[in-house]
Write a protein of this length. Structure first.
Length: 149
């Protein structure tokens, strides 16, 4: 059995499917490369963690706090009809929590977004608009840009 790393590394599939936006105190914030939905992902920067219960108790609380901060930011930025928040991990085992702003008029409503439609890549204008709407609503503890882990 291979030895587990003691250094956090973002899963390759997550890196390929998303843009890394920056860091909360515990989590990386990603934006999934699908312009059909404001779809963000929090990834705790802890190695070898696949389940929330594997986090230290203080990290569990911090993950919940950052998730709530992101949810508040999504509500303020996009005024969705519903927020979908889920930690599935069936395809990518590294612990990550999806936060998707959903609208009655979106491409998959009311079904889950997974596998409903092929991803629609962002163009520069769409990406700029998406991030500009979110930027003023993120807390001061969020640091934009990809940081060394």
């Amino acid at each position: 059995m291979p030895e587990k790393s003691h250094i956090f590394s973002l899963n390759t599939q997550l890196r390929n499917d998303a843009n890394v936006l920056g860091d909360f105190p515990l989590c990386k914030l990603l934006l999934i490369k699908d312009a059909q939905y404001p779809w963000f992902v929090l990834v705790p920067r802890r190695p070898n963690v696949t389940e929330i219960v594997q986090l230290a108790p203080t990290d569990r609380i911090q993950l919940l706090e950052e998730s709530c901060q992101l949810q508040e930011s999504l509500l303020a930025a996009y005024c969705p009809d519903k927020l979908n928040v889920a930690a599935l991990g069936n395809m990518v085992s590294q612990l990550h929590v999806h936060h998707i702003a959903r609208f009655r008029h979106d491409a998959a409503w009311p079904a889950p977004v997974w596998g409903k439609h092929p991803a629609a890549p962002y163009n520069v204008a769409q990406l700029t608009e998406r991030l500009d709407a979110l930027r003023p609503h993120l807390p001061d503890t969020f640091v934009w840009g990809e940081q060394d882990d």
